[in-house]
Ligand binder design. Structure first.
Ligand code: NAP
Length: 327
């Protein structure tokens, strides 16, 4: 089968077409004939040599894919050959086939296309487990998500809004801000021209938000804490603004704040299986009914994965970028 490999770390052109044998599914795994694969910021980090795959994962990138089940392992219960599925992967999505534990595989929701389905798993596993899991967003509570036009952002805005929450977000241009508001954000803040701490204070009557989903980290730590309501939760999922930051500890004590975070990729299958069940109950019906929608900005063929990465690094995209393998 054809795959996209990274023989040497580097820029987008470090991604090259290569050949590998089609993998064989283990007892609890399915073999998927891939139709499309989602691109994630983590793939860019991996390509640059900064995010090595966990032990046992394929060496080449790709954290999510859609396609048709081509073979099932002896202990697989929930899927059969021919099923239309999408899956959360530990790697290896930039390929014509992949194997994955059935605990990380979901049906394509409703009448969505394979391209749309490929854009879903990484964002919704991440948003669900962090905003509603570790962040414990409760009915009636408010959410601030940084990077509202990112793959993660468009999913968090739509899901929280659909479940009745007031959502605020940040983005890097006025156009992106209007786009986020059309998706359901009550107010999108241009982080390049506005002070998001001041806007959140104004918008919430100085109470602050209950949960903040953060992908910036160090440089935003102090400002993020200043946005939180009493007993608010800061959930960190990336450190685009650095690994280290300064926090006013008195604020944490006086307002009883929680700082938490997580990384999805290295988590055990049992955790992902639990999140999958929650997604099937809560999120997949909303997708099937069109109450939340996949947001796919551009599609590139497999052999032009380098252009897809360059596009992601330009930050011109809104929502997800997808690679078409056989779709
Ligand atoms: N921990 C986990 O398990 C996990 C799982 C999935 C994703 N992630 C992380 O989540 C992030 C989003 O992933 P993605 O694949 O959706 O990537 P993406 O579409 O490339 O999004 C990156 C976003 O970061 C925003 N951004 C950059 N600097 C910012 C700043 N100073 N303030 C506010 N926003 C800023 C960008 O906004 P502008 O373009 O408007 O500047 C862009 O929307 C990545 O950092 C990724 O590593 C973590």
């Amino acid at each position: 089968m054809r795959i996209i490999d990274v023989p040497q770390p580097g820029g987008p052109d470090a991604l090259v077409v290569a050949q590998r044998p089609v993998p064989t599914p283990q007892a609890t795994e399915v073999l998927i004939k891939i139709a499309a694969a989602g691109i994630n910021r983590a793939d860019v980090l991996q390509r640059k040599g900064g995010y090595p795959p966990p032990a046992g994962a394929p060496s080449y990138p790709g954290l999510e894919a859609s396609g048709i089940v081509a073979e099932v392992g002896s202990a697989v219960r929930d899927f059969k050959v021919g099923d239309k599925v999408c899956a959360l992967l530990q790697g290896g999505g930039y390929a014509e086939y992949c194997t994955v534990d059935e605990g990380q595989v979901l049906p394509v929701p409703g009448a969505l296309s394979m391209i749309e389905a490929a854009s879903l798993p990484e964002a919704y596993f991440t948003v669900w487990s962090n905003v509603f899991g570790f962040g414990r967003l409760q009915p009636g509570e408010t959410l601030l998500v940084h990077g509202g036009s990112s793959g993660i952002g468009v999913s968090a805005i739509q899901l929280a809004k659909a479940l009745g929450h007031t959502v605020f977000t940040t983005a890097g241009s006025d156009d992106k801000c209007r786009f986020c508001e059309q998706l359901g954000a009550k107010r999108a803040i241009n982080y390049k021209s506005e002070d998001f701490v001041a806007v959140i204070a104004e918008e919430t009557g100085k109470r602050g938000v209950n949960v903040l989903l953060d992908m910036i980290g160090g440089s935003y730590l102090s400002k993020n804490l200043a946005c939180l309501a009493i007993e608010g939760r800061l959930v960190i999922i990336a450190t685009q603004g650095g690994l280290k930051g300064e926090a006013e500890l008195l604020r944490i004590m006086q307002r009883r704040l929680t700082i938490t975070g997580s990384t999805l990729r290295p988590r055990e299958v049992a955790f992902k299986r639990t999140v999958k069940q929650q997604l099937l109950t809560t999120v997949w019906p909303l997708l099937a009914k069109g109450q939340i929608q996949p947001i796919v900005d551009q599609v590139f063929p497999l052999e032009r994965a380098n252009e897809a990465h360059a596009y992601m690094e330009s930050s011109a995209h809104r929502g997800k970028i997808v690679i078409a393998v056989d779709a």
